[in-house]
Design a protein around this ligand. Structure first.
Ligand SMILES: [Zn+2]
Length: 335
C-alpha cells in the first residue's frame, strides 16, 4: 500500500498550466501530469494560473508565444488567466472524471470516495483582474477558490516579497479585492506577499488566509519565506501552510530533489502544527517526514475535517515509488 492510499496526499501549488502541456499524458518534461499524480497517490492538487512574469521585464507575452498559447490568450493578464482556466477544464473533461475540479467540501469528499483526483484552482497574483474587483465572482464561477494579491512584482494591489520590491503595503484597491474575495468565499493566498502586505491582509478579519507554497525563515532566511510570527497568524486563522520541497528555500542554496534536507518538513510541521487548526501540507521524500495537514482550509465550509492525520507514515507506507514521484510533484518550478 502506498502512502497515498492511506493518507490522501495534497499539494498546495503547481503552476503546470502556464506551460501549456497535455497533462492527461505521461510527460517526459516537467514535474507533474495526471498519470503521475495518480501513481503517487496525490488526491488533491492545487493548480494556479500565472499571468505576469518577472519584475521589470515581465516576459509573459513572449513566454506564452514560446509555449504555443493562442495570440488572444497572450494579450493581457485577464485573457491569460481565462486561457489557463479553460484549458484545465478541457483537460479534466478529457480524462472523464479521473481528475475533477473541486469547489466545495462535498465535491472533495465525493472525489475522495470514488478515487478521483481533486483539482483546486487558484490565481497567482490578482493583477489578473486588471483592476476590476467585480471579476472575482467570474473567477469563482470558473472554479477558482483562492488567489494571492501579488506575485513576483508589486502591483496595483499590494507588495511582493521579491527582492528590491520595497516591502509595499496593501493598497485601497487591494482591500477592495480582498472584500470581493471574502464575499465570493475565495481564500487569500499569502504566498509572495511582502511582509507589510501580509500584515495588512491579516488586519482584514474577513479574509480567509492561508499559504499555498512557502519556506520558513526558521529553517532558511529568504525573501520567499514566512516568519514565525506570520506562521502563527495563519495558524490562528485556521490557514494551512504548504511547505516548498525545494531545498533552496529550506536549507541554503542547494537545489536538490533527491533527498531530504537537514532542516526539512518535520521541523516546519512541528512549528506550525503545534498551533490551533493549521496544518502543514507537505510530504517528505526518502528522508521520510511526510505529513498531510488540513488542506481544506483552502476551501469554503467545513472541509477542515476532511484530511487530517496525526501520525507520520510508517516506513512501510513510504514506498520508493510514492516517495520519488510525489517529491517531484510537490511543486517547485516557476515560483
Ligand atoms: Zn509562486
Amino acid at each position: 500500500m502506498t502512502a497515498g492510499a492511506r493518507f490522501p496526499l495534497a499539494d498546495g501549488h503547481a503552476d503546470s498550466l502556464m506551460w501549456n502541456r497535455d497533462l492527461t499524458a505521461r510527460l517526459r518534461k516537467g514535474q507533474l501530469d495526471f498519470p503521475r499524480l495518480a501513481e503517487a497517490g496525490v488526491r488533491i492538487q492545487c493548480f494556479t494560473v500565472v499571468t505576469r512574469g518577472y519584475p521589470v521585464v515581465d516576459g509573459m507575452r513572449a513566454f506564452g508565444a514560446l509555449r504555443g498559447w493562442p495570440a488572444a490568450a497572450r494579450r493581457g493578464p485577464w485573457a491569460r488567466a481565462l486561457f489557463q482556466l479553460d484549458r484545465m477544464h478541457a483537460l479534466c473533461d478529457r480524462v472523464e472524471g479521473a481528475v475533477r475540479i473541486a469547489g466545495t467540501s462535498a465535491e472533495l469528499e465525493d472525489n475522495l470516495a470514488y478515487g478521483r483526483i481533486s483539482a483546486v484552482l487558484g490565481v497567482e497574483g490578482a493583477q489578473a483582474l486588471e483592476g476590476r474587483p467585480e471579476r472575482v465572482s467570474e473567477l469563482r464561477a470558473r472554479g477558482v477558490r483562492f488567489m494571492s494579491l501579488t506575485h513576483l512584482s508589486n502591483n496595483e494591489l499590494g507588495g511582493s516579497s521579491s527582492p528590491l520590491m520595497g516591502d509595499r503595503p496593501l493598497t485601497p484597491l487591494g482591500r477592495e479585492v480582498v472584500d470581493a474575495m471574502a464575499a465570493a468565499r475565495l481564500s487569500v493566498d499569502v504566498a509572495h506577499a511582502s511582509h507589510r502586505t501580509f500584515r495588512d491582509l491579516a488586519a482584514q478579519r474577513a479574509a480567509r488566509l492561508f499559504c499555498s507554497h512557502t519556506g520558513v525563515t526558521g529553517a532558511t532566511r529568504s525573501w520567499r519565506n514566512l516568519e514565525d510570527a506570520e506562521l502563527r497568524v495563519l495558524a490562528e486563522r485556521g490557514g494551512v501552510v504548504g511547505i516548498l520541497f525545494a531545498t533552496i528555500y529550506r536549507a541554503g542554496l542547494r537545489l536538490r530533489w533527491d533527498r531530504a534536507a537537514p532542516a526539512g518538513p518535520a521541523r516546519c510541521d512541528g512549528r506550525v502544527e503545534g498551533r490551533g487548526r493549521a496544518g502543514a501540507a507537505s510530504a517528505g521524500g526518502r528522508g521520510g517526514e511526510g505529513r498531510v495537514g488540513q488542506l481544506a482550509a483552502v476551501l469554503p465550509g467545513d472541509a477542515g475535517r476532511l484530511i487530517r492525520t496525526s501520525r507520520r507514515p510508517s516506513a512501510s507506507d513510504r514506498t520508493q515509488s510514492s516517495g520519488s514521484v510525489c517529491q517531484r510533484s510537490w511543486h517547485c518550478t516557476g515560483e
